[in-house]
Design a protein around this ligand. Sequence first.
Ligand SMILES: Cc1cc2nc3c(=O)[nH]c(=O)nc-3n(C[C@H](O)[C@H](O)[C@H](O)COP(=O)(O)OP(=O)(O)OC[C@H]3O[C@@H](n4cnc5c(N)ncnc54)[C@H](O)[C@@H]3O)c2cc1C
Length: 474
Amino acid sequence: MTEPPALLWLRADLRLDDHDALAALVAAGAPIVPVFVWDPDADGEWAPGAASRVWLHHSLASLGASLAARGSRLVLASGATVDVLGRIAQAVGAQSLAYTRRYEPAQRRLEAEVARALGARLATRAYGGALLFEPEAIAGAAGQPMRVFTPFWCRCLARPMPRPVSVPKGPLRAPARWPQSLPLDALGLLPSVRWDRGITDAFTPGEAGAARALAHFVDHRLDDYAGLRDRPAEPATSRLSPHLHFGEITPRRVVAAIAARADGEGAAKFLAELGWREFAHHLLWHFPHTATQPLRGELASLPATASAAELSAWQRGSTGYPLVDAGLRELWATGSMHNRVRMVAASLLVKHLQASWRDGARWFWDTLVDADLASNTLGWQWTAGCGADAAPYERIFNPVLQGERFDPQGAYVRRWIPALARLPDAHVHAPWEAPALVLAAAGVRLGRDYPPPIVDHAFARKRALAAYSSWRGR
Ligand SMILES: Cc1cc2nc3c(=O)[nH]c(=O)nc-3n(C[C@H](O)[C@H](O)[C@H](O)COP(=O)(O)OP(=O)(O)OC[C@H]3O[C@@H](n4cnc5c(N)ncnc54)[C@H](O)[C@@H]3O)c2cc1C
């Protein structure tokens, strides 16, 4: 008699290394059927955006090749997850299903639905691996969810750091018969007009790309991370966020690599950034409504008055503030934006232009390759002052000073806004203040090659503070 296989339901765990669910199935010895179901409807309004789809395409291609090299396959399907998994289970005679937990509200509902609909036929088991610590494992003194980062992270650090689990490297047991699989192109993840080249020029999606990015970071960047991580012109950060989001590498593997090679300021700072990722998931797990509503609910009624034209100028990187525009153009070209610039660009949208943080979050959702509901929500609510441990609303970044401080030679601005490339350092962050002769010598015609500021900083600051205090005094 042939042994019934187990389904390995893959979502944001597109790797073979340090994979708890896979390790458990290998240890159990049953044949394994790895399945990915393309079911964007399950995510509702947070279905993967355009940049995420591009990444997903390449990541699935990479995982399929790795599985093939191990004598296995990646079965691709599309449709309602419960129906598809039920059909595949029946076709191969599976009796069990294993998967890695996710923490987004829609994916939690999906997990519950799978358990409800298929639990009677399939022994279903969820595993961790996407986080260092499960969101329920960390709590305040009275068992409550935590809302402030530092005590949250202290509690995490007080526990032993989890170690990667080992998955045997040999061939994976194949089932007696494979179910039908769609070709990858049939999922339609790549755009029909091919704008996506910038993403694959900037990143290598997939498990091997993730491992290389980690090794490069640990060997060449970690020592200087603490000093240079806020400099957008420097290749100082790990660029691991999309790899972590798609589960091509685990935070456990990252921590193990850091611990093996370094300690000191760079390592501690970097570890704390992974801590913010943990904190973001802790918050989204405990406060699932925050994907669309502020954690500080009282701030939901702050007025949002930005016009469609202002939002569009921000999206296109045409606000007239070079650091912000450089970031939004980097985002459009590569699917990524440096963290410091994300904060300044988000602040300009929410405070200077008085837009809702949700408008910015949605734009990032569509354009970021690392778009992640937990981290994006945390980042936007932090900037807008309405989230956990958020910057106070009254803290309003000055985009010119931020540019002068973190991009002092203007190298980042020049890279993404070639029209400003020949401006001297002293004027590159505020071209409208440059004398006419300087502008002419640099070949910049303000209003034609590059816009004047969309709003005056001092005016915008006053307006935001006035709006905030009149809202508080209601
Ligand atoms: C408005 C806004 C929106 C954001 N949206 C996202 C998002 O959708 N997805 C996302 O992964 N990050 C988001 N971030 C956080 C941060 O900008 C990125 O994680 C970081 O820029 C990724 O680059 P890196 O991998 O080189 O980071 P590194 O500096 O090398 O940090 C290492 C890892 O730590 C994690 N990390 C670092 N900073 C943060 C942070 N502030 N919050 C949560 N995790 C963090 C990431 O997983 C990152 O890969 C957002 C930040 C802001 C201000």
